[in-house]
Design a protein around this ligand. Structure first.
Ligand SMILES: [Zn+2]
Length: 164
C-alpha cells in the first residue's frame, strides 16, 4: 500500500482469510482469497494442490436476500407465531390460514369443519373427517413455526402456498 494513495482505508483493511483443507493430509490451511485458483504447496505434507475458489456469497442482486431484512418480510413474519399456534390448537377450522390471508383454503377448511360438526351428529362419516382436518392444521402449524422468517415469507406471501 502507498501512503500517498487516494483511498488508503480500502488497502489498510486486513484481507479476510479463507480456510482450505489440504486434499492430501486434510490439514486446515489459511489462505488469502486472492490466491484462490492458484496452485499451492501444503506446508505440512508438501503436497501440491489447487486452492479452490471461494463459495459465492449472497450478492446484492439476489432478490431472496434483498427481502430478508425488509419491513415487508418482518411484518409478514410477525404473523408466523400466531398462525402457527392457531394451526396447532384450532387447526381444523382454518383460522391459521385466515391469518395468513389464504382465504380460499381457509374457507374450505372452515366449511368442512362446520359441516362435520353439524352433520357428524346424525352421520358417522363426517366425524372421521374432523380429526383429519385437525391433523392437517397441526402439521401446517408446525411447518409455519419451523420455517425461518425468509422462508415463511417466500412460501406463504410470495408463492401463496395454500396447503402445507
Ligand atoms: Zn497437506
Amino acid at each position: 500500500m502507498h501512503p500517498d494513495s487516494q483511498y488508503p482505508s480500502i488497502e489498510v483493511a486486513p484481507t479476510p482469510k479463507m480456510s482450505v483443507f489440504c486434499p492430501h493430509c486434510q490439514t486446515r490451511l489459511s489462505v488469502s482469497p486472492s490466491q484462490a485458483g492458484n496452485s499451492a504447496e501444503c506446508p505440512n505434507c508438501s503436497g501440491k494442490f489447487q486452492i479452490p475458489l471461494p463459495v459465492a456469497s449472497p450478492s446484492g442482486s439476489n432478490a431472496f436476500y434483498d427481502r430478508a431484512s425488509s419491513p415487508e418480510v418482518r411484518a409478514f413474519a410477525s404473523k408466523k407465531v400466531a398462525a402457527g399456534v392457531c394451526g396447532l390448537l384450532l387447526g381444523g377450522f382454518g383460522v391459521h390460514k385466515f391469518i395468513l390471508g389464504l382465504n380460499k383454503p381457509a374457507t374450505i377448511m372452515l366449511a368442512s369443519a362446520i359441516f362435520c360438526l353439524t352433520f357428524g351428529l346424525c352421520l358417522i362419516l363426517p366425524l372421521f373427517l374432523l380429526p383429519v382436518l385437525h391433523i392437517v392444521g397441526l402439521i401446517e402449524g408446525i411447518l409455519y413455526l419451523t420455517k425461518s422468517d425468509e422462508e415463511f415469507y417466500q412460501t406463504y406471501a410470495i408463492e401463496e402456498r395454500e396447503w402445507f
